[in-house]
Design a protein around this ligand. Structure first.
Ligand code: ZN
Ligand code: ZN
Length: 177
């Protein structure tokens, strides 16, 4: 949803949004999130603080995430509260420099006349993910040989690997007959 910044001059605006499962879109560079778990309820409050724009929000819901190790899906509850400060960009900076400027200075800017709440919510969701997404602390991951999910039990590969001498003996027997 786009909020016109101009509309905030008369006072804060509040929104109560319910986003359905089809709302989530992945960024090209990150496909760990598989979608929302049911609907996501978002309460937002936007207001001006002098030149700055303040966005406060509360998320209730969760997402389906893919485990980095075993590739299975799991539920990740979202951290509920967030608060963002956005500043107007300095006048001598052009569109292309804004991102660099944000990284350097650790400041967030808003550009144009509108604020995209979907974009903000999406970003907050991504921020709640750890660098490594794991379904469980001690996830066993996949067997590098057969690809079996080791959380479900042993796949049998280990036993074969453990007895190379035994395998050789078998081959010898076959050869001699
Ligand atoms: Zn896992
Ligand atoms: Zn295996």
């Amino acid at each position: 949803m786009l909020v016109r910044i101009k509309d905030l001059s008369s006072g804060p605006r509040e929104f109560d949004l319910t986003l359905d499962q089809g709302w989530w879109r992945n960024a090209d560079w990150d496909d760990r999130i598989l979608g929302l778990e049911g609907t996501l309820r978002v309460r937002m409050r936007l207001y001006r603080d002098g030149e700055n724009l303040v966005v406060q929000g509360r998320l209730s819901g969760g997402i389906r995430v893919r485990c980095d190790r075993c590739l299975s899906e799991y539920f990740h509850e979202l951290k509920p509260g967030f608060r963002l400060f956005l500043s107007p960009p300095p006048e001598d900076v052009n569109e292309n420099e804004i991102e660099l400027c944000e990284e350097d200075m650790g400041i967030r800017f808003f550009t144009g006349d509108t604020c995209d709440t979907d974009e903000i919510i999406r970003e907050q969701i991504l921020l709640t993910l750890p660098i490594k997404t794991l379904c469980a602390e001690g996830c066993q991951g996949l067997c590098p040989r057969c690809g079996a999910n080791l959380n479900m039990g042993r796949c049998g590969c280990r036993e074969e690997n453990g007895h190379p001498a035994f395998l050789k003996l078998k081959q010898l027997k076959v050869g001699s007959t």
